[in-house]
Design a protein around this ligand. Structure first.
Ligand SMILES: NC(=O)c1ccc[n+]([C@@H]2O[C@H](COP(=O)([O-])OP(=O)(O)OC[C@H]3O[C@@H](n4cnc5c(N)ncnc54)[C@H](O)[C@@H]3O)[C@@H](O)[C@H]2O)c1
Length: 391
């Protein structure tokens, strides 16, 4: 059994609830030793709620000789500073999406981690969940032949959502970056790197604060960047995929991810979840939902909380902790995080210039070993899925 990896979480907002619960209870490789935040009151509250031994400032975490891994759950616009500080302090880092808000920043962080021999892992880690790993296995075992094309769609009212989630008003808050990244991550995990991008885009509306139910801004704001993107992606494997992210509509989400192959069609469930159902279609046959071949299906095996809908977030941290101990590459790698961001930024660039954009970065992501489960005894007990994260 490997020595546990001493871990600290930085950023104690909404998503920290599920990370802290999972990192504390689900993964024997993780020793969740400390939490830190800009405002210490929030860190103290989370430490009390989730039973974490130490509350530390960000600087104390950076300076602590025992902490090996820092999990960065601050808003996207703060990622670059936090990640850089922790890498310079010699820590391995896991970060929530997106790695940074510009490709240049993400490239710099990727190079810095590489030069220092440190791991940098990047969400979304839903790609390691039961739904997307089952879809990957269906493709890898040739169940639909060669993937020739596909489409991915998600819609929301991002301006309305930014009334409540104030961090959405800044860089990284537009729908493609905030939610589209799950679809891009899923496509990358299933099909590999993108070779070329063409896109059209539209901005978010200017949001007038006088109509707000939840107030919090005296001035109108406009979420930066394209809030609607319609793009064509050419993957290196040859698949041509249409992507539509629309943040200028309503919160009646129509999440779609469908891949067409030479022998079948695969419909993949919501990539923002760990348990999106995977449905196989063959000509003249009834549609068939595949059993999950992998663990981490979002099943909660520990006392229930209001945040359990976020499923197994944190699985990428545990997978990276095993990678650190075993000296192998981690799956949600810095190169995967950089490519996700390059694809998103490439769509914006193509929309702005009318040109084809070719991402420079490349990545590889091995699938997890199948045959392990998150829960047994009707979901009451934790099963053996952690073994699938080891190699
Ligand atoms: N809200 C969601 O549904 C959701 C889901 C998945 C992932 N995420 C991602 O997780 C991250 C955090 O999201 P959230 O919803 O928890 O945001 P949040 O605003 O609720 O929490 C962010 C926390 O980070 C702290 N913080 C801000 N700047 C900081 C800094 N420079 N140093 C240290 N702490 C700082 C804030 O005080 C706050 O406690 C984002 O990258 C987001 O994209 C959010």
């Amino acid at each position: 059994m490997e020595q546990k990896v001493k871990t600290a979480v930085v950023g104690c907002g909404m998503i920290s609830n599920i990370y802290l619960k999972n990192l504390k209870n689900l993964f024997s490789i993780i020793d969740l030793a400390a939490v830190g935040n800009r405002s210490m009151a929030a860190a103290e509250e989370k430490a009390k709620t989730y039973g974490i031994g130490r509350v530390m400032t960000i600087d104390e975490i950076a300076a602590d000789g025992d902490i090996e891994l820092v999990v960065n759950l601050t808003p996207a616009f703060a990622h670059y500073d936090v990640i850089k500080k922790m890498l310079l302090a010699g820590k391995h880092v896991w970060t929530e999406k997106t790695m940074a808000v510009t490709v240049d920043q993400a490239r710099e962080l990727t190079e810095l981690a590489g030069e220092r021999g440190l791991y940098l892992g990047v969400a979304p880690d839903t790609v390691l969940g039961a739904g997307l790993q089952t879809a990957r296995r269906a493709i890898d075992t040739d169940m639909i032949g060669s993937v020739t094309s596909g489409y991915a769609v998600i819609n929301r009212d991002q301006a309305l959502n930014s009334e409540y989630f104030t961090f959405l008003r800044g860089n990284g808050g537009a729908l493609p970056y905030d939610v589209g990244v799950y679809y891009v991550g899923a496509l990358l995990s299933l099909l590999g790197p993108v070779k070329a991008i063409r896109a059209f885009g539209a901005p978010a509306p200017v949001h007038e604060p006088q109509f707000l139910y939840v107030n919090g801004a005296a001035e109108p704001w406009q979420i930066p960047g394209c809030n609607v993107l319609s793009a064509s992606l050419e993957f290196e494997c040859g698949a041509l995929v249409s992507v539509l992210f629309d943040g200028n509509t309503v919160n009646a989400s129509q999440h779609e991810l469908t891949l067409f192959g030479t022998r079948g069609v695969l419909k993949v469930g919501d990539p923002n979840q760990f348990n999106g159902p995977v449905t196989l279609l063959y000509a003249d046959q009834p549609a068939c939902t595949l059993p999950f071949t992998h663990g981490y299906d979002g099943t909660n095996t520990v006392e229930q909380t209001p945040f359990d809908g976020y499923g197994h977030r944190g699985v990428g941290v545990a997978e990276m902790a095993y990678a650190i101990r075993r000296g192998r590459p981690n799956r949600c790698s810095k190169e995967y995080g950089l490519h996700c961001l390059e694809v998103l930024a490439g769509m914006e660039e193509s929309a702005a210039t009318g040109r084809t954009v070719e991402p420079k970065s490349r990545f590889a992501m091995k699938p997890l070993a199948p045959g392990f489960y998150s829960a047994f005894m009707g979901g009451t007990g934790r099963a053996d899925a952690e073994r699938s994260l080891m190699d």
